[in-house]
Design a protein around this ligand. Structure first.
Ligand code: NAD
Length: 357
């Protein structure tokens, strides 16, 4: 398994491997870039098929965090950690404490938070061994859960997309399809309903669909049917790689704005969307509400109004991305990458500047 020549390596500052035989912990921490501040990103626990799959995931995800935090205007770098194992069978307090010890060895260059396969409760256990853990502040509005802030940020970004695409600040009557009405998707659907939008939802769990139908008056559609609907805007809130050759060819929407990470199956799909006249809200820009929330939790001085004010900036950032894409003819995804790179100093520009000063 190659490390420095790995396709996803992309100038990572540090990649650390750790094993604790007693608890069975096998984990990797990847620190992509700390130009703007300590790296912060979730701790994912997943039954990876092999070490290579885990390494690929952690490298991709930590790089993504650098871009997300830079775009959200946070003094944070990008990092992520993965624990190799099945969270339903192999997670134990001993294993989580050992993970805390591992995080501590990096001396604050990496701060962890919950992610797929880990919970707020798990962060409390990790926090017994390290202070470099977020998402556990009792004073935060939702007990450390970033999902409500993510949903609010997506709502703000979606409104910016609707305004740019249709010149409409009022969402009433806008037809929106949502793929996935889980933690983020359901809360987003609720905000959209309150704003007067008409909702079409799908999920793989019937109880999640029922909740959206019964509580929000949404129309339920099939898991595959969601791509063929005659609606205005599509909000992917389930899984990644959902915008691919097959789905884009079927979509009839004018804009895409949703919470899911890594929505584009491949980079080139941003151009396919543009050619089709579909406005794409880059995923890591629109779904940054959660990391903004976690940042303020980590600061230890959580003021809901301040957090909301910061999340509201997702709207203006999104408008800036849309406008630059219109002016330059680039895709919105490419513009977002470029703006983020300017902010965190890609190619080590910040470090070189400092060295030259
Ligand atoms: P979740 O697991 O609570 O919700 C996802 C929902 O999607 C579930 O209800 C699931 O049943 C459904 N789903 C899965 N596959 C589906 C399919 N093929 N078709 C339809 N529905 C499907 O997760 P979440 O926390 O709501 O996160 C949703 C997305 O947003 C994920 O991609 C996540 O990475 C991203 N995200 C979440 C946060 C956060 O704060 N939770 C922050 C940033 C990004």
């Amino acid at each position: 398994m190659s490390i420095f020549s790995h396709p996803a390596y992309d100038k990572h500052e540090q990649v650390a491997f750790y094993q604790d035989a007693k608890s069975g912990l096998k984990a990797i921490i990847a620190v992509h870039n700390t130009n703007l501040g300590p790296s912060l990103g979730g701790c994912r626990m997943w039954p990876y098929a092999d070490d290579g799959e885990a390494l690929n995931d952690v490298l991709r995800l930590s790089r993504g965090m650098t871009y997300k935090s830079a775009m959200a205007g946070l003094k944070l770098g990008g990092g992520k950690s993965v624990i190799i194992g099945d969270p339903r069978k192999e997670k134990s307090p001993e294993l989580l404490r050992a993970m805390g010890d591992f995080i501590n060895t990096l001396g604050g260059r990496y701060i962890t938070a919950e992610d797929s396969g880990t919970s707020v409760e798990d962060m409390h256990v990790i926090g017994e061994r390290t202070k470099f853990v977020s998402g556990v502040i009792e004073g935060s509005e939702h007990g450390g859960d970033p999902s409500p802030s993510t949903a609010y940020g997506v709502f703000v970004g979606l409104k910016a997309a609707a305004e740019h695409r249709w010149g409409k600040t009022d969402l009433s009557g806008l037809k929106v399809s949502l793929q996935g009405v889980g933690n983020v998707g359901f809360r987003l659907a609720k905000l959209l309903k309150e704003a007067g939008a008409e909702l079409f939802v799908t999920d793989i769990f019937q109880d999640n669909i029922d909740r959206a139908v019964n509580e929000l008056g949404a129309t339920a559609v099939g898991a595959d049917e969601i791509f063929d609907l005659d609606v205005d805007l599509f909000a992917p809130c389930a899984m990644g790689a959902i915008l691919n050759d097959d789905t884009i060819a079927r979509l009839k929407v004018g804009a895409i704005a949703g919470a899911a990470n890594n929505q584009l199956a491949e980079e080139r799909h941003a151009a396919v969307l543009r050619e089709k006249g579909i406005l794409y809200a880059p995923d890591y820009v629109i779904n940054a509400g959660g990391i903004i929330d976690v940042y303020y939790q980590q600061q230890g001085d959580y003021k809901p109004a301040q957090v909301k004010e910061h999340i509201d900036t997702i709207g203006s950032t999104m408008q800036e991305v849309f406008q630059r894409a219109d002016e330059t003819g680039e895709t919105t995804a490419h513009v977002a990458d470029r703006v983020a790179e300017e902010r965190f100093g890609h190619e080590d520009t910040l470090k070189n500047d400092t060295a030259a000063a």
